[in-house]
Structures are given as structure tokens and as C-alpha cells.
Design a protein around this ligand. Structure first.
Ligand SMILES: Cc1c2[nH]c(c1CCC(=O)O)Cc1[nH]c(c(CCC(=O)O)c1C)Cc1[nH]c(c(CCC(=O)O)c1C)Cc1[nH]c(c(C)c1CCC(=O)O)C2
Length: 354
């Protein structure tokens, strides 16, 4: 029996929370809410504790990670915490020379483009990320019945940073490799799937109640290419953590045409950006899966009335879903007014109270 039926440890404490129930498509007392990038630059208390500490270094300090992860839970009363880290942390942990440049994103010193470069992608062991186990141990003690979401970058999105050497608009080097050397591409994604799965296992074994696989940039692909060149690696990641029975969320941006396949890859919950209404997303995903989303993060810059109107539209479109977790369609934008986020949580809770 899996932990989803027969929970143990930290998963037991959080089992009856609204977030976990929605993931399992069970009735909920209210629609649960959390925000991608809820921890971070929108919060003055985050800017204060991060002062003078580089991003990647902050991910390796368990006490700081604990404090930053808890900040949005305290302030906004969200229904879940997301572990403070970054998708490139496991790559850094196995010795890839990379940095996160403020205002830019992850930058890789030597891009991976040839067969010999694969040797740099060695397997990840729990010892490589002891600070993650330690931070999650501290966090779950503090969180009580609030679930902690662990996460990792999906093989395609990680490959994109590694092959391009940094953030990219068109992913031209990535696609050149994918189409030009399918064998090397498949081997690259397979190695990344193993690293990603190992990183997620560490988080689940330390006490994460759910996991989210971020394939942020996979919306750049057509469905046939996704199915052939990406889905096998993402499916391998989901299969590797299936034994734990924790809910698995799968998210990407601009993935309207991929929603069905992203569910098929092995997710229990499919994340939807703001471009596809949730009722239409449910048709594309099919039965047996919950949905997460999907207010446009830019709406939060509008008037409180407009935020309520657009939020009602999301909730109305979600009314017939088997399970709904309210979220933004992508991460909180850095200059968002934090009070607008607090009001949004309260509005969704009040409006959906049963
Ligand atoms: C693509 C991606 C990355 N990192 C992540 C993704 C997938 C999510 C998405 O699609 O947005 C995932 C991520 N990164 C971070 C989190 C923290 C948890 C949370 O959501 O609250 C999560 C879930 C912290 C972070 N990761 C980063 C920050 C900002 C750095 C800072 O505060 O100094 C934070 C809080 C840096 C980062 N790291 C990355 C980018 C694009 C950036 C932004 C660069 C910038 O604008 O400065 C890569």
C-alpha cells in the first residue's frame, strides 16, 4: 500500500489538510491556495535576511532556508509551503560550475554540448545535499499540519540551462542537439532524470508531503517532439517517486498544447498557466487528475476589484473539477505588493468555504 493510502511520518500529520485532499481529489473545506515563488523578493522580510548572501549560498544554510520557507506561510496563511531552493541546486551539488546571477538566472560556465561533457553529470547522492535533509527536518517540525512541497527542475528545463549556458528565449542550442543528435540528447535527459529523481527522493524521505516537477520552458516544444524527446525522461522521474505515494504535480509555462501529455507522463496534479481556462484544461488533461492554477500573476498589479473579478473567473472555471488547487499561472513577480497576495488568499478561502 502506498503512503497516499497508508500515510506515515510527516505525511500522516499533513494527510487531512485541504491541500492534500485536493491533490487526492477528495472534498475540501475550502479551495487550498499556495503561490509559486511565494518566498522571495516580493517580501521585505526576505530581502532583509538575504542581504549580502548570494542566492546559491542561501540555499545551503538550513536555518536560513527554514526561515525563508516559513515567511510566506506566516504572512499570507497559504495552505502549503514550498521548499526554498532552486532547480540548479542539485547540479551545483554534483560539481557543475554554475551561478545564479541576480536579475538574470542560472549561468553555466561550460555548456554541455558534446558526448564527453556527459561525464560531468555524475549521480547525486544524499550526502551531496545534506543541507536539504537538515533544512526539511527543521521545517517539518515548525510546519505542523501544513504540507511542505518539495520540487525539482524537469530534465528538459535543466538541459536547456546546461546546453544554452544560461537563460534563453529560443532554446536554439538545446533544439539543435535534440534534433541533430537524438542519441546524445536521450542520454543527457536520462542522466538528468536520475539526478532529479534522486533530489526529489531526498526531499520526500526528509518529510516533504508532495512534490512539484517544474518543466518551466517545455512549452517551447510541439506535442510530437515532447512525446518523443522529453516525455520518457519526465515519466522516469515520476515513476521513480511513485513508491512513496506522495502527490506529484507537473507544471510548465505555455503548455496549453501539452497538458494531456504532461498528465500522461505520470502526474497526479497538472499545473496550468493563465492562457487556458481551467474547464478547458480539464478536458485536455482528462479524468483522474487534479488541476493547479491559474491566475495571471500580472493581474495582482491591478485594482483590488479587478483582482477579485479575475479570481472569480478562475474559481468559476474550476467549479466542476475533480480537484483544484488555486495558484498563479506562473511565479509571483518580484515587485508584487505582498498585501495583494494576502488579500487573495483570504478571498479564495472565503469565497470557496463549504
Ligand atoms: C526556471 C526556474 C529557476 N528556478 C526555479 C525555476 C522554476 C520555476 C519557474 O518557472 O519560475 C524554481 C525556484 N527558484 C526558487 C524557488 C523557491 C521557492 C518558491 O517558489 O517560493 C523555486 C521553486 C528560488 C529563487 N530562484 C531565484 C530567485 C531570485 C534570486 C534572489 O532572490 O536573489 C529565487 C527567490 C533565481 C532564479 N532561478 C531561476 C531563475 C529564472 C531565477 C530568477 C533570476 C532573477 O530574476 O534574479 C531558475
Amino acid at each position: 500500500m502506498s503512503a497516499i493510502d497508508s500515510p506515515s511520518g510527516q505525511q500522516t500529520k499533513t494527510y487531512d489538510s485541504a491541500f492534500m485532499k485536493a491533490c487526492r481529489r477528495e472534498p475540501v473545506p475550502h479551495t487550498p491556495v499556495w503561490f509559486m515563488r511565494q518566498a522571495g523578493r516580493s517580501l521585505p522580510e526576505y530581502l532583509k535576511v538575504r542581504e549580502g548572501i548570494p542566492m546559491l549560498e542561501s540555499c545551503m544554510r538550513p536555518e536560513l532556508v527554514t526561515e525563508i520557507t516559513l515567511q510566506p506561510v506566516r504572512r499570507h496563511k497559504v495552505d502549503a509551503a514550498i521548499f526554498f531552493s532552486d532547480i540548479v541546486v542539485p547540479l551545483k551539488a554534483i560539481g557543475i560550475d554554475l551561478d545564479i546571477k541576480p536579475g538574470v538566472g542560472p549561468v553555466v560556465a561550460e555548456p554541455i554540448r558534446r558526448r564527453a561533457d556527459l561525464d560531468r553529470l555524475r549521480a547525486l547522492t544524499p550526502d551531496d545535499v545534506r543541507y536539504v535533509t537538515e533544512a526539511i527536518g527543521m521545517l517539518t517540525g515548525e510546519l505542523g499540519t501544513t504540507p511542505l512541497i518539495g520540487f525539482a527542475g524537469a530534465p528538459f528545463t535543466l538541459a536547456s540551462y546546461l546546453v544554452e549556458g544560461g537563460p534563453s528565449r529560443n532554446h536554439e542550442h538545446t533544439k539543435a542537439l535534440m534534433y541533430g543528435d537524438p542519441e546524445l540528447w536521450a542520454d543527457l535527459l536520462d542522466r538528468l532524470a536520475d539526478i532529479t529523481a534522486a533530489f526529489l527522493k531526498v526531499q520526500i524521505e526528509a518529510g516533504a508531503s508532495a512534490i512539484q516537477l517544474f518543466d518551466s520552458w517545455v512549452g517551447a516544444l510541439a506535442p510530437a517532439d515532447y512525446r518523443r524527446s522529453v516525455m520518457p525522461a519526465s515519466a522516469k522521474v515520476f515513476r521513480a517517486v511513485e513508491q512513496y505515494g506522495v502527490p506529484r504535480i507537473h507544471f510548465g509555462v505555455g503548455t496549453g498544447e501539452l497538458l494531456g501529455l504532461m498528465g500522461e507522463a505520470g502526474a497526479d496534479v497538472v499545473g496550468v498557466d493563465w492562457r487556458v481556462p481551467l474547464d478547458e484544461a480539464a478536458r485536455r488533461v482528462g479524468p483522474g487528475k487534479a488541476l493547479q492554477g491559474n491566475l495571471d500573476p500580472a493581474v495582482l498589479f491591478s485594482t483590488p476589484e479587478a483582482v477579485e473579478t479575475k479570481t472569480r473567473e478562475v474559481l468559476d472555471a474550476a467549479a466542476g473539477l475533480e480537484g483544484h488547487i488555486f495558484n498563479l499561472g506562473h511565479g509571483v513577480l518580484p515587485t508584487t505588493d505582498p498585501d495583494a497576495l494576502t488579500r487573495l488568499v483570504e478571498y479564495v478561502h472565503t469565497r470557496t468555504a463549504r
